[in-house]
Design a protein around this ligand. Structure first.
Ligand SMILES: Nc1ncnc2c1ncn2[C@@H]1O[C@H](COP(=O)(O)OP(=O)(O)OP(=O)(O)O)[C@@H](O)[C@H]1O
Ligand code: NI
Length: 315
């Protein structure tokens, strides 16, 4: 079966001019490799500012002009270059954006959700679908004719969700789709995402909430300081003993039900030669400070660590 989405060694950096003179490059995503199969939900779990939205924006081809990108993205085996991104986005590949600023302030929300139509017949058909999806999210007919500024935050989120779902995309990139939603709508969203998967579609779910990832995903990619440090099956996240990376273990131990044992400090930024987790790592060695581990496969799990084996054997 062909992979739906393959991201290989993606790095994103920004060029900024400090005081108008000094050019400064800051790397936000480093050497990121991840894939999504048909009928699969892959969660990218990372803390705030770790570059998750930029990953989404690079897949959609909507990064800001001052960004610099290397690496490759393929969709259904084909290189996803800027032309193909523009052709497929909003159609085969849809984004549920994190920010409600993605709504067009000058357009009624129902028309944004319906999108461009080739004729009246198509508009009619999509209007029915729009109403049905809006209704599922508790947006009644009076909402259809509102403009974005007339919506509450939660309503705006629901409009963004509906807009992506109306397209019935083959690949959905959901960037933090649930914060600010009521409980019922969170459940509706999760069920809609799972429904896409049941219909053979792929979903990349971007989130900083481990519970959302655990409830929804088949695999979880752990993002730390711009690096993917582990990609593992959701079933292995039931205990810190069945995941491999020390950061993933710390994340699981930090869950309320496990008694908040998080040992982690701030995420390091800037260029470092060694492992991105070096400063906080309980199993680090000298090598980790000098050399950066690659993301490698170990029994079907992708892991970026020199020492996980010894640490697990000794446990
Ligand atoms: N246009 C830009 N120019 C320079 N730096 C940027 C730009 N856009 C984003 N960044 C930097 O990239 C980093 C990652 O941003 P991003 O929005 O992808 O993080 P995130 O993981 O989605 O965070 P959150 O969980 O808060 O949504 C930020 O810390 C920000 O400083
Ligand atoms: Ni984000």
């Amino acid at each position: 079966m062909a992979k739906l989405l393959e991201v290989e060694n993606l790095s994103i950096s920004f060029t900024q001019y400090v005081q108008g003179l000094n050019r400064h490059d800051s790397r936000v995503i480093s050497d990121l490799t991840i894939d999504v199969d048909e009928s699969e939900i892959v969660a990218v779990l990372g803390s705030s500012g770790s570059g998750k939205s930029l990953l989404a924006h690079s897949i959609l081809g909507i990064l800001p002009y001052n960004s610099h990108v290397t690496g490759e993205i393929r969709y259904k085996g084909q290189t996803l270059d800027q032309d193909l991104k523009e052709k497929l986005r909003g159609d085969e590949i849809c984004l549920i954006p994190q920010s409600v600023n993605f709504l067009d302030p000058l357009m009624k929300v129902s028309e944004q959700a319906i999108g461009e139509c080739k004729d009246d017949a198509e508009h009619k058909e999509r209007k029915v679908r729009q109403r049905e999806i809006f209704a599922r999210y508790g947006l009644d007919e009076s909402v259809d004719n509102l403009y974005p500024f007339e919506l509450s935050g939660g309503m705006a989120r629901k409009v963004l969700l509906s807009t992506a779902l109306i397209e019935d995309p083959d690949l959905l990139i959901a960037d933090e789709p649930t914060p600010g939603l009521d409980k019922k709508s969170v459940e509706e969203t999760i069920s809609d995402i799972k429904n896409l998967k049941e219909h053979g579609k792929g979903v990349l779910l971007i989130t900083h909430e481990i519970d959302a990832a655990l409830k929804t995903a088949d695999r979880i990619a752990i993002f730390y300081s711009g690096y993917v440090i582990e990609i593992n099956d959701v079933k292995n996240f039931s205990s810190s003993e069945t995941v491999l990376h020390p950061y993933t273990k710390a994340l699981i131990d930090s869950l309320p039900r496990n008694g908040f044992k998080l040992t982690e400090g701030v995420q390091p930024l800037g260029e470092i030669p060694g492992c991105p987790y070096y400063e906080n790592c309980p199993i680090r060695t000298d090598r980790c400070n000098k050399e950066r581990p690659e993301l490698e496969e170990h029994d079907g799990v992708m892991i970026r660590c020199f020492n996980f084996k010894e640490a697990n054997d000794g446990a």
